[in-house]
Design a protein around this ligand. Structure first.
Ligand code: FAD
Ligand code: COA
Length: 405
């Protein structure tokens, strides 16, 4: 294997090396404690921020460095190799809700969001509701127009960072003053500032425990026009525009899974060379050699697809390749493949460790729990297959019993 199969530029290799150093020296030693304490790692956030790894994608005119998604992904991957939680934080300060605001927001909204992520905030994206998970377009959180303002009522759950994130991008169904539905829009709220925004129960999650997964509640939460993120083609096509922006976070999620798998693989290789049975290193047994070969192959395929998705541009206003976001199909394919491959790779890496892998003293146990979520959060592997199938077949594939009414 060449050292630089992706032909990363010198600047990208330097960025990757800096991220790796921070991950190994600062983030890795804290990872077990973050998992055990289940507390948001503010010190890791500060370390990311001090190193310029938050708000990386903020354009230069807003005070950022205008890094590409691939640049941000290189950092995410290094963090995730040692700490999935920090990898996810790196995703959400650089992609996701921030991508939507930077692309669709007013100049003031863009400046506000840029300032927040550059200062280390991880904006939360609020889509999922108890009765609208995969069927996100059936959300019932509503935003009723009152003159130039909107009043939001409803609730979301499984919101990553609820209560610790400062900025919230909320998807809600908008209605005019006569109660006529306008479509789905994005509404911004700020913790401790926007009245009517509050937080409910925290989910006791299997993995990624340093990140709170919260219920977020909106009770007569009033927002002025300055907090409405108007999708380019208005509310009517707002859901599609917002989901389009969400493709960058899907690539980010795949990158975290990739990083966790790469970290598990490195540990398995090192252990296989060192652990002896039958008087020989276990790496000398063909049974394990083939497992390691398969893990490496899956990893390279996952990395290629993820990087390719990160470099892609979807269908934008001026035709194919002009969207500011990754291509929807590639983003879905990358997340399906990488999530499923990573779960298998981490499971196999744990197997290489034998009983030691099953112990909570071992990092593999944490990585196994952490990586499991990536076929669920951010669009399940099943629903993403419908996204891909719809594009492969070039037809709408309504999942409701009656199709579109
Ligand atoms: P359901 O939609 O109820 O699905 C249940 C099962 O049915 C799944 O296996 C699913 O694949 C399958 N299924 C459903 N519909 C179909 C279909 N049409 N065809 C085939 N199979 C189908 N949401 C946010 O808005 N913001 C966040 O920050 C966020 N963070 C998350 C973090 C974590 C750790 C997790 C686990 C979830 C997070 N989510 C977040 C929620 C996540 O996006 C949803 O869990 C996901 O969209 C699936 O919804 P659901 O859990 O309600 O499952
Ligand atoms: N990128 C770009 N456009 C997208 C998109 C994506 N990822 N997902 C949907 N759209 C567009 C569709 O092309 C369609 O546009 P059109 O009206 O111009 O044809 C529109 O949004 C509605 O999509 P459709 O698939 O017809 O919607 P649906 O009502 O059947 O809902 C989804 C299906 C989109 C909700 C489902 O596929 C999905 O992604 N669920 C997971 C939600 C999720 O990821 N939650 C994560 C929260 S963190």
């Amino acid at each position: 294997m060449t050292d630089n199969p992706w032909q990363l530029t010198k600047a990208q290799l330097d960025l990757q090396a800096r991220a790796r150093r921070l991950a190994e020296e600062v983030i890795a030693p804290r990872a077990a404690a973050v998992d055990a304490s289940e507390e948001y790692p503010w010190d890791n956030v500060a370390a990311l921020q001090e190193n310029g790894f938050t708000g990386m994608t903020v354009p230069v005119d807003l005070g950022g460095l205008g890094h590409s998604l691939l640049d941000a992904g290189l950092v995410v991957e290094e963090m995730a190799k040692v700490c999935g939680v920090t990898g996810r934080i790196a995703v959400e300060t650089n992609m996701g809700a921030i991508s939507a605001v930077l692309a669709y927001g007013t100049p003031d909204q863009r400046a506000m969001a840029a300032e927040m992520v550059l200062a280390g905030d991880k904006p939360a994206i609020c889509i999922t509701e108890p009765d609208a998970g995969s069927a996100a377009s059936l959300m019932t959180t509503r935003a009723d127009r009152r003159e130039d303002r909107f009043v939001l009522n409803g609730m979301k759950h499984w919101i990553t960072g609820g209560g610790v994130s400062k900025l919230y991008l909320i998807f809600a169904r908008a209605f005019d003053e006569q109660g006529e539905e306008l479509g789905i829009g994005g509404f911004l709220a700020i913790r401790d500032v926007t009245r009517g925004l509050s937080f409910g129960r925290r989910e006791p999650t299997m993995g990624l425990r340093g990140l709170p997964e919260m219920e977020v509640l909106f009770e007569n939460m009033e927002v002025g026009p300055e907090m409405v993120v108007m999708p380019p083609s208005g509310f009517r096509h707002g859901f599609a525009d917002l989901m389009n922006a969400y493709n960058s976070q899907r690539v980010g999620a795949g990158t975290v899974a990739l990083g966790i798998a790469a970290g598990a693989f490195e540990r398995a290789v090192a252990f296989a060379k060192e652990r002896e049975q039958f008087g020989r290193p276990i790496a000398e047994f063909q049974g394990l050699q083939w497992m390691l070969a398969d893990m490496s192959t899956q990893l390279e395929a996952a990395r290629s697809l993820t990087y390719r998705a990160a470099c892609s541009r979807g269908h934008g206003a001026d035709g194919p390749g002009t969207s500011p976001f990754p291509d929807a199909t590639l983003a879905a394919q990358a997340k399906i493949f990488t999530a499923e491959a990573s779960i298998k790779i981490v499971s196999d890496a744990l197997q290489v460790f034998g009983a030691a892998g099953y112990s909570r003293r071992n990092e593999l146990e944490r990585m196994y729990r952490d990586v499991r979520m990536f076929t669920i959060g951010g669009g399940t592997a099943q629903i993403l297959r419908t996204v891909v199938a719809s594009r492969v077949l070039d037809q709408k594939l309504p999942q409701t019993r009656d199709g579109y009414v």
